[in-house]
Design a binder for this molecule. Structure first.
Ligand code: ZN
Ligand code: ZN
Length: 229
């Protein structure tokens, strides 16, 4: 099965490691498929505005540079490690209220999607781009209290737009996702080198972007594993 991690940040947003080095860390650790998913943060809240001020967000202005850099690294990763790299973003709607906040991955993104758009508009645009949508850390997380409950609390309305939910993120497992029998994957939410040791996805499919997306969407041949040193 393919060892995969679909939730990785770099210095293009709030990750602490530069893109090229991040690719090398995952390539040297034997990963088959990864997605680089830097934050695209909302601007319509104080914490969102602060993220922009400290350049912790990919913006409409920087998106093309970011996408091209990931695509260039994808070529290098394939040649050097046989590792597939998928360009993505993490749409981050950050508010003081955890009930109002939500993060979602857009995997195989092609054009910029503003985080200020409505959920419906974001999901429809992702679908138009034939991208995959993933609800991130949808329930109570350990440690930091940056919980994001909006999509879980409004699942009856939005589940139809969501291709998969994170059943595990870094050290946390969200049993509610399993109980609801939603399509699932597990990711590191990589920001620092040590975050590579975390929950991961295993896929039984070809090492190719459309096969990976289809495997996650149909959620057959998907397993999770705790990757430890
Ligand atoms: Zn997040
Ligand atoms: Zn993240």
């Amino acid at each position: 099965m393919l060892l995969c991690d679909f939730h990785i940040h770099t210095t293009y947003s709030d990750g602490s490691i530069e893109l090229r080095k991040t690719i090398d860390i995952f390539g040297q650790s034997g990963f088959d498929v990864i997605a680089v998913t830097d934050h695209v943060v909302n601007t319509d809240s104080t914490i969102g505005a602060i993220a922009h001020r400290f350049q912790y967000s990919v913006t409409e202005k920087t998106f093309d540079t970011y996408l091209q850099a990931v695509r260039d690294e994808a070529v290098r990763a394939w040649n050097k490690y046989g590792m597939l790299v998928i360009p993505g973003i993490e749409i981050s709607k950050n508010y003081i209220s955890r009930e109002k906040s939500a993060h979602m991955l857009i995997l195989d993104v092609k054009n910029f999607i503003p985080a200020d758009w409505s959920y419906e508009k974001i999901f429809l645009e992702a679908k138009r781009q034939k991208a995959l949508t993933v609800a991130c850390h949808p329930h109570a997380m350990s440690g930091m209290s940056k919980n994001t409950y909006y999509l879980w609390n409004n699942r009856e309305k939005y589940a139809k737009y969501i291709d998969a939910w994170e059943v595990a993120n870094r050290d946390d497992v969200f049993s509610v996702i399993g109980m609801k029998q939603y399509p699932y994957i597990a990711n590191s939410d990589f920001h620092k080198a040590r975050h590579i040791y975390s929950w991961k996805t295993l896929l039984n499919c070809r090492k190719e972007v459309s096969a990976v997306k289809s495997c996650i969407r149909h959620n057959r041949g998907v397993a999770i594993t705790l990757f430890r040193n």
